[in-house]
Design a protein around this ligand. Structure first.
Ligand SMILES: C[S@@+](CC[C@H](N)C(=O)[O-])C[C@H]1O[C@@H](n2cnc3c(N)ncnc32)[C@H](O)[C@@H]1O
Length: 325
């Protein structure tokens, strides 16, 4: 891998370094290493879930991340049944029991009240398992936050849009061939659609976001800002970026382009760690949010009534999913 490509991979490791520590802290609070140690042999997800008192769905996500970073290991099961997969200790997880370095790590994580993210109590109460509040209550976008943090958050969104849109232009330009009107749903200040219109001059760009976001957004060349609620309706176009948009595109020629993380549970590439870490961030910062596997994207798109879809991976944490009505 050349130096620049390696830097693009490494930057995600730094970006998610803090989150890795939060998940490790939460795992020690749940006493996962102690449970496996006391059991004396590898355990299934269901056994671990009853032992630590948190739902299998969220525990699976935590273990998926922790096995990826080498804290636990998964033993190949003799059947295809995911329920028979066994989780085992490694020398590293043995060091993280309460008799070893576990308490030291918990103190390093800081005093109560100065921590955020995941806690064992959150997980036991159902966080990340899909059984908490309804999605309509899952709105981090309407929370009151202080101005300084808000400014930083807006800059964070714009920098994310720049990085992922560059990857789309470099690695997946064919998704935009022959498109006239393109709506970016939840496009924030129009950074992504502005870059796309510049790269693909046939596009007519519409940036769709909440009214208060688009009214404060700067003018972007070639882009019309439209305010609204994506859960109600989105502007009509030849192609729509994101979701819930089947009705907005023509049934015969239209498509929805989703630029999002696709988790690879088997194999993977140099960005797999960053994708799994992103799932941990989403788990700690939203009510029911999650990153989806290939299979889960398929189920979601089928349920939303799309007839078929394709997934193209890029050298980025996101992939491009094209879904057809
Ligand atoms: C994670 S940001 C994504 C920004 C940009 N698409 C990117 O990938 O960098 C989600 C955006 O969705 C917008 N949003 C949230 N709820 C919305 C709703 N109900 N209708 C329209 N936009 C919404 C937010 O204001 C925010 O700008």
């Amino acid at each position: 891998m050349d130096e620049e490509a390696q830097a693009r991979v490494d930057v995600w490791k730094y970006a998610y370094g803090f989150d890795t520590m939060r998940v490790v802290k939460c795992m020690i609070e749940l006493r996962l290493p102690d449970v496996l140690e006391n059991h004396g042999r590898p355990m299934t997800l269901s056994e671990l879930s009853s032992a630590v008192g948190c739902p299998e769905t969220s525990l699976h996500r935590i273990l998926r991340f922790l096995t990826h970073i080498g804290i636990f290991k998964k033993l190949a099961s003799s059947t295809e049944d995911p329920a028979s997969v066994l989780y085992a200790q490694t020398p590293l997880s043995r060091l993280l029991t309460r008799e070893n370095m576990g308490p030291f790590m918990l103190v390093q994580a800081g005093p109560p009240g100065q921590q955020f993210g995941l806690s064992a109590d959150d997980l036991r109460a159902g966080k990340g398992s899909g059984r908490e509040a309804a999605p309509s209550e899952n709105i981090i976008w309407t929370q009151e936050i202080d101005d300084a943090y808000d400014k930083m958050f807006q800059e964070f969104l714009a920098s994310h849009a720049r990085a992922s849109t560059k990857a789309i232009i470099d690695y997946c330009p064919e998704a935009f061939e022959g498109i006239g009107r393109l709506v970016d749903v939840g496009g924030h200040e129009g950074t992504a659609v502005g870059m796309l219109v510049k790269a693909f001059p046939s596009l007519k760009g519409i940036n769709f976001d909440r009214p208060e976001v688009v009214s404060a957004a700067p003018t972007v060349d070639g882009v019309e800002h439209v305010g609204g609620d994506m859960f109600q309706s989105v502007p009509k176009a030849d192609a729509v970026m994101l979701m819930k948009c089947k009705e907005a595109v023509p049934a015969d020629t239209g498509k929805v382009i989703i630029v999002d993380v696709v988790i690879d549970e088997e194999g993977g590439d140099e960005y797999t760690g960053a994708r799994l870490a992103m799932d941990m961030v989403i788990m700690s910062s939203t009510v029911n949010g999650k990153e989806r596997t290939v299979k889960e994207w398929g189920q979601l798109l089928d349920a939303a009534g799309f007839s078929r879809h394709t997934i193209k991976h890029m050298k980025a944490i996101e992939s491009v999913i094209e879904a057809y009505p």
